[in-house]
Design a protein around this ligand. Structure first.
Ligand code: SF4
Length: 243
């Protein structure tokens, strides 16, 4: 009987412990060398994620990547957190990564922060099910630490494909880490909130993460101003289509 993927992964981890980081994998006559201390996609690819770039719908993309093992977060996640909402949404909201509740439920922005986000959306005339909500990383970093650059590098292409399929008019980045990661900047949240940005050609606005608002209710007013501006921008983009 052939070994399962998890048995193979366990075997490869044992080999790495025994022989160090420079693993040499023979694959169809081609030599691949892992120079890194951390596990790479070569070692952790799971079933069903191949040719995900060709997925033609969000459902298909989900099916192809839900068992992803391209970075070590696959080892600690409870659930893969893909995203939720309308596949044809004009608006996409992006956070940094799933938190504890999201990891347990397999859905982004649930719990108290999710309820607050729903209220914020309602205040500018959107229902949760008519926008699309997701994160840059699809698996939870342990103890809610910030995403590592190596994790972003592995996971962000999935976000790109999601956006290519949804083709939203506008993006709202939730929180400093999400905004800095998407925009490849170290600018402060204050600076980022004041600007209008672009991500893969899509206009992008930045505001606070709803979890931060729970900790600092004083930030609700500036968030209100951010999302009002976001709504106006969205309406302007929609109106631009009709002229
Ligand atoms: S965080 Fe992204 S790249 Fe890493 S295992 Fe999860 S889905 Fe794969």
């Amino acid at each position: 009987m052939s070994p399962s993927v998890s048995e193979l992964n366990r075997y490869l981890r044992q080999i790495r412990e025994l022989y160090g980081d420079a693993l040499i994998l023979e694959r169809t006559g081609e030599k691949r060398v892992n120079h890194h201390g951390s596990a790479t996609g070569d070692l952790f690819e799971g079933d069903g994620e191949h040719s995900w770039e060709q997925a033609e719908s969000l459902d298909e993309l989900y099916e192809r990547i839900r068992t992803c093992r391209k970075c070590p977060l696959c080892e600690t996640r409870t659930n893969f957190v893909f995203g939720t909402g309308s596949p044809h949404a004009g608006v996409v909201l992006i956070g940094e990564a799933p938190g504890a509740e999201e990891d347990l439920q397999g859905e982004p922005f649930v719990g108290r922060a999710g309820q607050l986000l729903n209220k914020i959306l309602g205040a500018i005339g959107f229902r949760r099910d008519e926008v699309y909500i997701c994160n840059i990383l699809k698996c939870r970093p342990p103890n809610n630490r910030d995403p590592l650059p190596s994790e972003v590098e592995k996971c962000e292409p999935y976000l790109h494909r999601q956006l290519d399929l949804i083709r939203p008019r506008i993006i709202l980045a939730l929180g400093r880490i999400a905004a800095q990661t998407l925009l490849r900047t170290t600018d402060s949240l204050t600076v980022l909130r004041a600007g209008r940005h672009s991500y893969r050609g899509i206009p992008l606005v930045v505001t606070y993460h709803p979890a931060a608002l729970l900790r600092n209710p004083g930030w609700k007013r500036p968030t209100w101003e951010d999302v009002q501006r976001f709504r106006s921008l969205y309406d302007g983009l929609c109106a631009g289509d009709t002229v």
